[in-house]
Design a protein around this ligand. Structure first.
Ligand SMILES: NC(=O)c1ccc[n+]([C@@H]2O[C@H](COP(=O)([O-])OP(=O)(O)OC[C@H]3O[C@@H](n4cnc5c(N)ncnc54)[C@H](O)[C@@H]3O)[C@@H](O)[C@H]2O)c1
Length: 383
């Protein structure tokens, strides 16, 4: 067995996503399984180089996991020859500048979404990366959720017939921060700091809709700030300037209509924090993070509207669970493995900067739709 070490600069490693999903659940998990096998006896061995602003917090993360390679100097990390990949999980606003530096340093780049704060900026990054001849990737973790993988299996197997519509509910109550601390960072609720649920969630909806169903051709969005004041990490009240809920209608190729609600101001009466209900001529499915249930045309009951009588049918019991039939690994890790193979062997990887730019574009057009109170068409993005 040969070990192929690969230095990966992990910037924003003290954050929620950088630490838990990317460092611990992906890169360190790959090391725990003995590296990533390439099939020819070689194993890719990630060597994280932790980068952040706060020395104390960085050192604490490193020590907790027996790591020694960390720095608060991004430029110095980028100057190292053994650092082949730059990864960014910083707050969104810091991303573009850091990615530009990484492109100039000739690193391959993987990043959290959204790629940038505007589609113009995202496209500039696409072009700069192309010119530098580097390999790029943007996190699209929802595609690798067990529930959506099972949904994908149903689509590929022709279960639905013609798909008519998708209804999605995403959200949960994010505490205001006064009598109970908020479970999301306060920058999420300030537009001036790159926050807002449209910028956060529409990049996800873009790739979920395009990859599972069809490209999005038009968007109508109503964005709301339901909770106008919150309390930050230091206990200080602040005005919540960003949208905390978005009610979106997406028109897809083939006449498919997707209506997706995203909210940080709703209480969950669902089985999972996100659920997609897909209706097709031959059957329907409800897919969540992990589960997926179906009802086929042949076993569809015939409810009759009669509000004078209590419901006698247990509608949920009329659905059938789709079996796993395989082991599902952490979605972030699965995508990391694909990106590492892409960098080391040139294996195909579909979720590059251009794919990420499409997500930014949908968020931007969703916000425009909300601002102007109208339906907005989504033009094709190209390099
Ligand atoms: N793929 C997903 O499901 C998913 C989920 C949540 C967040 N995200 C994305 O991940 C990124 C990070 O989100 P998070 O929830 O981990 O945020 P977070 O606030 O927990 O972490 C942000 C990180 O950025 C660093 N940082 C660098 N410059 C900063 C600055 N000027 N101000 C504040 N922090 C700064 C922080 O130190 C920290 O390490 C965002 O771009 C977000 O869109 C993706």
């Amino acid at each position: 067995m040969t070990r192929r070490s690969i230095g990966i600069i992990v910037n924003g490693v003290t954050g929620r996503m950088g630490y838990r999903q990317h460092l611990v659940r992906s890169l360190l998990a790959i090391r725990e399984q003995g590296g990533l096998p390439l099939g020819d006896g070689t194993r890719i061995w990630p060597e994280p180089i932790l980068v952040g602003r706060d020395e104390t917090r960085l050192r604490a993360v490193a020590e907790r996991h027996g790591l020694t390679d960390w720095t608060t100097d991004l430029a110095a990390a980028l100057a190292r020859d053994d650092a082949e990949i730059y990864f960014d999980a910083q707050v969104t606003q810091q991303r573009e500048k850091a990615i530009r530096q990484a492109i100039e340093a000739g690193k391959h780049i993987y990043t959290e979404k959204p790629l940038a704060e505007s589609s113009a900026a995202a496209l500039e990054l696409v072009r700069a990366a192309d010119a530098a001849g580097i390999r790029t990737g943007v996190v699209q973790d929802k595609l690798f959720l067990p529930g959506l993988r099972k949904l994908r299996r149903l689509i590929d197997g022709g279960f639905f017939g013609r798909i008519l519509s998708v209804r999605g509910e995403f959200g949960y109550w994010v505490f205001e921060g006064d009598w109970q601390p908020a479970q999301r960072p306060s920058w999420n609720y300030r537009t001036e700091d790159g926050g807002g649920i449209v910028m956060d969630m529409f990049p996800h909806w873009q790739y979920v809709l395009e990859e599972l169903f069809a490209p999005v051709r038009a968007v109508t969005c109503l964005a709301a700030t339901h909770i106008p004041q919150r309390v930050d990490e230091a206990g200080r009240p602040y005005p919540a300037t960003a949208d905390d809920a978005a009610y979106g209608i997406f028109e897809l190729d083939g006449g498919i209509v997707a209506a997706l609600n995203s909210s940080w101001a709703t209480r969950v009466h669902r089985d999972e924090l996100v659920e997609f209900h897909v209706d097709g001529t031959e059957g329907s499915a409800v897919a969540g993070l992990r589960r997926c249930r179906v009802q086929h045309r042949a076993v569809t009951p015939k409810p009759v509207w009669n509000p004078d009588l209590p419901a006698t049918e247990d509608f949920r019991a009329q659905w059938t669970e789709v079996p796993d039939n395989e082991e599902f690994d952490n979605g972030f890790k699965v995508q990391w493995e694909a990106f590492l193979r892409h960098v080391v062997t040139g294996a195909p990887f579909a979720w590059d900067f251009l794919a990420g730019a499409r997500g930014v574009q949908l968020a931007e057009l969703g916000l425009r739709s909300a601002r102007e109170g109208r339906r907005v068409e989504v033009p094709e993005l190209s390099r």
